[in-house]
Design a protein around this ligand. Structure first.
Ligand code: HEC
Length: 171
């Protein structure tokens, strides 16, 4: 793990901690701490990491959805809204969120300011950046992380209301 990678992960984790703190000021939302789970099953991982916003059925009605600045989208209609296409890569990018990770202390302090003051708040990501979170909670397991990510994506794909090529049956 490179220094850069480690620092990005630390910054993003700090960001998640601050974001959850900001939510709890708005409404009595419990602080969310993401823990490693033993199972690599996509449905189990979805339950642990995604359900509290996107809901058990993925339609966006999780217990924390109501307090978010941006409502969680319906994950069952990703393909339907994209001309029948389900891009694994786009979904992986969204879950990982690497492009949004602050790369330096200025980005970090801009984001913290936005969160604390509400100014430019739209620049603060609402969905947690799971790339750094998974890197932190599954630190020694690159291959294992890839399997987990693939299984989460496959699970989200299985929720699609429209048939998607290569779809796996609902579990
Ligand atoms: C804190 C709440 C929260 C959690 C936890 C969360 N999401 Fe999201 N998610 C959102 C919000 C809000 C959006 C829409 C805004 C955005 O794009 O950031 C979103 C957007 C998405 C999208 C894009 C959907 C589309 O219509 O293009 C995907 C895919 C997604 N989430 C998957 C996941 C998966 C998989 C997990 C678990 C690993 C997860 N999310 C966890 C809040 C959350």
């Amino acid at each position: 793990m490179s220094f850069r990678f480690t620092r990005a992960a630390a910054l993003a984790l700090a960001l998640v901690a601050i974001t959850t703190a900001a939510w709890s000021r708005q409404a009595p939302v419990k602080k969310v701490i993401y823990r490693p789970v033993a199972s690599v099953n996509g449905k189990d991982l979805f339950k642990e990491y995604c359900l509290h916003c996107h809901g058990e059925d993925g339609r966006g009605h999780g217990p924390d959805a109501a307090v978010l600045r941006v409502p969680p989208p319906d994950l069952t209609t990703i393909a339907a809204r994209n001309g029948g296409k389900f891009s694994n890569a786009a979904v992986e990018d969204k879950i990982n969120g690497w492009k949004l990770v602050p790369r330096n202390m200025k980005d970090m302090s801009d984001m913290t300011n936005a969160m604390n003051t509400g100014k430019d708040a739209q620049s603060v990501p609402v969905m947690p950046l799971f790339g750094p979170i998974f890197a932190a909670i599954y630190p020694q397991e690159v291959r294992d992380r890839q399997i987990r990510m693939a299984n989460i994506i496959r699970y989200v794909k299985s929720l699609q209301v429209t048939p998607v090529p290569g779809e796996v049956p609902k579990t």
